[in-house]
Write a protein that binds this ligand. Structure first.
Ligand code: ADP
Length: 267
């Protein structure tokens, strides 16, 4: 079992990822593809006159604030557009891809963040309408059922709360939880850089291998959203995934190259 996550940031090449995935699936590889979409959500939010709102926590972390309207735009962009286009491309390449988000059939359950603390004008405020969540469970039998039926699941990063509310979840963490639940052999996280660098953006400092026990140390080198990938790698390995590979989506045959050891291999 292979889980692949394709990033949504500028530069990520969906065409080569789909071509390579299709080749692997046609040769008998079981796979799940997970994707993001935050960059495009920001762009569409601007166009719709509801620009993204970023908040800073008292400890200094910046994150997106997802009110109900933003959640609906996020669903429109990720489940609606990106997911459909990925399924379309894979179908064109002879793969019977099946798009879903974690809301469908309650495939991913998440705990909603009750209230988030944000610093505004020097004062800490509690914001209540946030629609983001932390994934708690993945319905592995549901995914196995699809795969056994010859389908390749393509997953958009939305989950559902126990109360039945759709939530925006981090796509890297979603891929990690799915890989863990399926006891995947490999989780390949493709992005617009060659892997984890000791001194970003100096590519000569790429870390080709990281032992699981050294992951905490590696977290120090990751900035911004790269931190979520490192945290996800730790979660996946903790759930029994054998190796996690951070690799470049911009090169030819990006998945096969990652599986052959190109990128940052964490095991
Ligand atoms: P994606 O949407 O492809 O998942 P993200 O923007 O979430 O991409 O994360 C990848 C980005 O992480 C890179 O483009 C890079 O700017 C940033 N980054 C931060 N620290 C590092 C690091 N130490 N090594 C590599 N990339 C890093």
């Amino acid at each position: 079992m292979l889980v692949v996550k394709i990033g949504g940031a500028a530069g990520n090449n969906m065409d080569t990822v789909c071509e390579d995935l299709a080749k692997l699936v046609r040769s008998g590889q079981e796979a799940v593809l997970v994707h993001g979409g935050s960059e495009e959500t920001n762009a569409v939010s601007e166009k719709l006159g509801h620009p993204p709102k970023f908040i800073t926590s008292p400890s200094g972390f910046t994150s997106r604030f997802t009110d109900r309207e933003t959640l609906e735009i996020f669903a429109m962009v990720t489940s609606g557009k990106i997911n459909t286009i990925l399924v379309e491309r894979l179908q064109k390449l002879g793969v019977n891809a099946f798009g879903l988000s974690g809301v469908d059939g309650r495939m991913m359950q998440a705990k909603r963040k009750e209230a988030v603390r944000a610093v505004e004008n020097g004062r800490v405020r509690l914001l209540h309408d946030d629609h983001t969540g932390t994934i708690q469970a993945v319905d592995a039998p549901l995914l196995h059922m699809l795969i056994r039926a010859g389908l390749t699941p393509v997953v958009a990063p939305l989950a559902i709360s126990p109360e039945g509310v759709a939530l925006n979840v981090d796509a890297d963490r979603a891929a990690a939880m799915i890989a863990g639940a399926l006891k995947a052999e490999s989780l390949v996280i493709l992005t617009n850089v060659p892997g984890l660098m000791r001194r970003f953006p100096d590519e000569s400092t790429l870390m080709p291998k990281i032992e699981r026990s050294k992951l905490e140390e590696a977290l120090k080198f990751a900035e911004g959203r790269m931190k979520k990938k490192v945290l996800g790698a730790g979660e996946a390995l903790g759930e029994g995934v054998q190796r996690v590979i951070f690799a470049d989506s911009r090169i030819p045959a990006p998945i096969s190259s990652a599986l052959a050891g190109k990128g940052t291999v964490i095991s």
